[in-house]
Write a new protein. Structure first.
Lengths: 366, 322
């Protein structure tokens, strides 16, 4: 039933939904006693007005690209992976363990190993819920939620009891050292004699995230596996009839999903130079909003991640300079998930009617 | 471990199980009617804030309770609108509601009270205070039965008793009334209910509404009974533990009571690591106690210990044939 042209479905509806959520956020800001446009101006200056701001915005963007792709690959197989948060947490542990295992001589060696460690740990945390869904029929949403909490408890245990260096009070690992320090944007742009703030944590993993977007596109739309995943997502029975194993699809999709979430660690954990409690900071959940907003397409995800990176950094600046707490961003995130995800039909139904009205006269002419 | 310590732990168990029980029964109504609700957490949190805020402003805990229920009902209405009227994804709607509540409560708390996202401490009539059942002091000296009566059964706030009474009430409504039969049917086979001339949409909205009221009670108890005021993120995953208890209970009211008591017991034990160590002769990390409800739920879901079969039409919007 293609009532609407493709561009309306892919671009118009998300944009309208986002506008509604921003409008409502604006009303909340107004209620809190601030002019929403002034708030926006403050956010833009804070997040995009300097290379320092950009550095943080793109740092957050990198996290959200990974978690967005994590949610999106699961969406393609019609799985709702709400466990991105836990998988990213466990992946962060993998990255930290790799960084701590060997005194790395140079980041070029450490980075691939850390990527592998993060991806493996992230995938490992996704595989149990996936297996339980595929083999035992346990609802993946519930099991992944449970796994988020289990890993949170596990991390407290590990950081407090096992990984904390002697005599330290913080629940955190020891520092990784200079051998794993990734080149920051100031180093990279410095090569081209472009000034970039070296206080901001954006680093080379931003480009790895972009590469991941491209590989994601290749995988989903240009490989047999991607075709099978999408086929399974559209209709399990049809896919099974065509010889696609549902078990394999669930497990593969979730492993890729968890692996992508785990890769986030190369950005968040390696930039902090040690593993701290709650290193993911809700990025796993923002990934859901990013994937919904970006319609599970890498380009959309990139743009949505950029928007959320901006909101995250801008929201932090807003908390700093105005009396509006950081939680504003959680509210906006909730509204975006609500309107682009659950209340999609609120925008879609009237639009479909509109397009039908526009189309009718032409079909009568024929 | 002596008898009094046991009574103390069980007493804490009852207190901690109460919000779980309210939220679990809330989820029960909703999910039995075919509406998955992972937004229990958010509704509880919103109710906790608004009940504490209104109790602090008006000085009356009952007005606070009403406000809490109102906030929870509002979020229920959003959930109903998204998942019943607009046939959206119920899971996504639930996730959204959790974030809305987490964000809004802190924003409004900061705006109203400027105390870093919390409400002022509540005291006196602004809280649900402990009530002593008759003869509790007279019977306190009776060996064994005395402490059980005066420590464990007596001396809770009224909402605790309401929570425990809600269990038989829910059982009666669901399994002994026409409304309950219809509600369960609408979660299994909405088309059949529709054919019988019952309004599916209306019935589901009622179920989601009951869920809102019960989540409101859960949140109000958290902020005005269990603790004296709202703090940021104070529901701290209880909505998800309740969800776990609901699955553990296989969507049945009496089982839900025992599941919530069990999970409340784990929470109570994590406050007393010394007792756990004394009984087991070895130390269990507190984090393991925290994670136990979640681990148990996964084991139950995996079907290794009995099978949890959710309502058949759960999660699917009902589309009337045209």
């Amino acid at each position: 039933m293609d009532v609407m042209p493709k561009w309306a479905d892919a671009i118009l509806i998300p944009i309208l939904s986002i506008l509604i959520s921003f409008f409502l956020s604006g009303l909340v800001i107004l209620y809190l006693g601030m002019n929403p446009f002034e708030a926006l101006k403050l956010m833009v200056t804070g997040a995009l007005g300097s290379t320092y701001g950009w550095g943080y915005t793109l740092y957050y963007t990198t996290n959200f690209i990974f978690t967005g792709l994590c949610a999106a690959i699961a969406f393609h197989a019609r799985l709702f992976n709400i466990g991105g948060e836990g998988q990213a947490t466990f992946g962060g542990l993998g990255v930290a363990l790799v960084c701590l295992a060997v005194p790395w001589p140079h980041w070029t060696l450490a980075l691939p190993a850390a990527m592998l460690g993060g991806a493996l740990f992230g995938a490992a945390w996704a595989i149990i819920p996936a297996w339980l869904q595929a083999k035992r029929g346990s609802h993946i949403v519930i099991t992944t939620i449970m796994f988020n909490y289990i890993v949170a408890a596990l991390m407290v245990f590990l950081l407090v009891e096992v990984l904390k260096p002697e005599g330290s009070m913080d629940p955190a690992t020891r520092r990784f050292g200079d051998g794993v320090a990734l080149p920051k944007f100031s180093d990279i742009f410095g090569l081209f004699a472009i000034e970039f703030s070296d206080a901001a944590p954006a680093n080379i993993s931003f480009f790895i995230a972009i590469l991941a977007c491209y590989l994601f596109w290749l995988l989903v739309w240009r490989t047999k596996l991607g075709y099978e995943l999408r086929a399974y997502g559209h209709s399990e029975s049809a896919a099974a009839y065509a010889g696609i194993s549902p078990t394999k699809m669930i497990i593969v999709a979730m492993m890729i999903s968890g692996g992508l979430a785990g890769m986030m660690g190369i950005n968040s954990v390696m930039a902090t130079d040690r593993l701290v409690l709650n290193s993911v900071e809700g990025a796993g959940f923002i990934g859901l909003a990013v994937a919904l907003m970006g319609r599970s397409h890498p380009v959309g995800i990139f743009l949505a991640a950029l928007l959320f990176g901006f909101l995250y950094q801008g929201g932090g600046e807003l908390a700093l300079w105005a009396s509006i707490p950081r939680e504003l961003i959680i509210l906006i995130q909730g509204l975006v998930i609500l309107f682009t995800g659950a209340l999609d039909n609120l925008v879609r139904m009237p639009l479909e009617k509109l397009f039908l009205l526009l189309r009718k006269p032409r079909s009568e002419e024929v | 471990m002596d008898f009094l310590t046991l009574i103390q732990i069980l007493d804490t168990t009852v207190r901690l199980a109460t919000p779980l029980l309210f939220a679990c029964l809330a989820g029960l109504y909703s999910e039995r009617a075919g509406i998955f609700d992972i937004g229990l957490e958010g509704k509880m949190l919103a109710a906790a804030f608004f009940s504490a805020a209104f109790a602090a402003i008006t000085g009356s805990v009952w007005l606070g309770l009403l406000a809490g229920m109102g906030a929870s009902l509002f979020l229920s209405a959003v959930h109903g609108l998204a998942s019943i009227t607009f046939r959206g994804n119920q899971l996504i709607s639930g996730v959204a509601i959790n974030f809305l509540a987490a964000g809004l409560t802190v924003l409004i708390a900061q705006d109203w009270f400027q105390q870093g996202g919390r409400t002022p401490s509540l005291a006196g009539a602004a809280r649900f205070n402990e009530i002593d059942l008759p003869f509790q002091s007279a019977l306190a000296d009776v060996p064994y039965l005395g402490p059980i009566y005066s420590e464990l059964i007596s001396g809770h706030s009224i909402l605790v008793y309401v929570a425990f009474l809600t269990v038989p009430l829910t059982w009666y409504i669901l399994f002994r009334t026409r409304f309950g039969l219809r509600l369960r049917a609408v979660g299994e086979n909405p088309a059949a209910v529709d054919t019988a001339g019952v309004n599916v949409i209306w019935l589901r909205f009622v179920a989601v509404g009951i869920c809102g009221v019960l989540c409101g009670l859960a949140g109000a108890y958290l902020a005005t009974g269990l603790q004296a005021g709202f703090v940021k993120d104070m529901s701290s995953g209880r909505g998800f533990i309740a969800l776990a208890a609901l699955i553990f209970a296989k969507w049945r009211p009496w089982y839900a009571l025992f599941a919530c008591l069990l999970f409340g017991f784990f929470q109570a034990l994590s406050f007393r690591p010394d007792v756990v160590k004394a009984v087991l002769q070895f130390e269990i990390p507190g984090q393991l106690m925290d994670a136990l409800p979640y681990i148990l739920t996964v084991v139950i879901l995996a079907g290794f210990v009995g099978k949890a079969i959710p309502p058949r039409a759960g999660g699917e919007p009902y589309v009337k044939e045209r």
